[in-house]
Design a protein around this ligand. Sequence first.
Ligand code: NAP
Length: 467
Amino acid sequence: MPIATVNPATGETLRTFDALSAEETEQRIAVAHATFLQYRTTEFSERARLLHRAADLLDKDQDDIARTMTTEMGKPVAAARAEAAKCAKAMRWYADNAAALLADEHPSAADAADSGASRVYTRYRPLGVVLAVMPWNFPLWQVVRFAAPTLMAGNAGLLKHASNVPQTALYLEDLFRRAGFPHGCFQTLLIGSRAVEAVLRDPRVVAATLTGSEPAGRSVAAVAGDEVKKTVLELGGSDPYIVMPSADIERAAATAVTARVQNNGQSCIAAKRFLVHTDVYDTFMEHFTTRMGALKVGDPLDESTDIGPLATEQGRTDLEELVADAVRLGATALCGGGRPTGQDRGWFFAPTVLMGITTDMRIHHEEAFGPVASIYRVTSAAEAVELANDTPFGLSSNVWTRDEEEVDLFARDLEAGGVFFNGMTASHPALPFGGIKRSGYGRELSGHGIREFCNITTVWHGAEPGE
Ligand code: NAP
């Protein structure tokens, strides 16, 4: 894929960029490593001061960077501003909490004595230069939720961003530089995906995190495995959204729309499969389909737009094929189903509700990365669990119920990294985020996230004779 800004609302190429040469990439790795050797010894208070400054700068830049994101990948501009605000919040959260999250941990006095130590503790030390391979869908947030904990932990970051968001990628490097982080703490590598392997095999790069599709994750994890380097993978999802009879159906339907179409339907944690109990099926479907059909599709820079274009032409082709396969095998589109009328430029796709999904359809097993909802009718909580788990993915899940027995059952049995009741899945700096099964492994955010790229060191002192 060329490294370029192509406006998905028009298909127009606005700017192209040359990829770094192998030599230029190597120089940046050298700078990152040299910087890390100094930066690792800085105090938390100094790192926090710089990260707070980055957050303040980001707040000031909010309108400009939001327009850049919208122009590069098509999200509605109001959502882009909200993304920038969320990034500043996460920076401040890690700036304020990292020292406590990474404080030395002491075993009980009895366990310490049993280990023969006079003094023993666990220390979270920085690991080194970490490579981040990131997707375009939340082009600021995905990076910041890596960068903020990484910089607070004392590591250095190298960003290989998706090739269609180069201006956002360069903005991020500039932001941390302007905030005062030593040059080399955070650099953007404008490289294609084929150049990732060489970076990962460089001995000065000690670990990698990838957010993106399963093939990309598999490829990076294979190289990292060969090099015995740690990885965190945040991959695709096909989250269930279960609606049981005791739920507030109107609220469940209204939230379902947002949960499906946020970010033009291109979110890993979007609700994609809707499992609705037969007792409330008709009511839910009436509210849900009406709301989905009423969404305004159009120019993402227009403040009144609900849904902009898909980010890439290929993404739209993939979605069209997935919907066509389902319809060929018997599904019915209650609204949408393809390109909206009147949009002859850009990569738009109408909000779509697909009824009559069966397990032989590709959409049952694959991720629909766009505003397409798959609907299933279920007759019990047990059936909902079985269907919800019948997917290779395990990112998050949503359940609408007021029945405490059902709450216990779903919290126990849903195969996912999150179970959200009576609301939609959302990330928060203080809560761990990540999946199981083919949605990946490892966690971002919270204390779990910052500790992923630390050297968890046991420091043990023997007792002196007579002690
Ligand atoms: P993608 O095509 O996998 O790209 C993600 C990143 O990986 C890009 O930087 C891409 O570079 C790079 N890449 C692709 N193939 C690679 C390879 N073989 N080796 C090394 N790097 C490679 O995914 P996307 O289309 O940008 O993003 C959509 C996917 O991300 C969806 O599946 C979505 O669910 C998932 N996602 C997951 C999370 C999560 O937290 N679990 C969050 C957001 C998105 P190029 O752009 O240069 O190809």
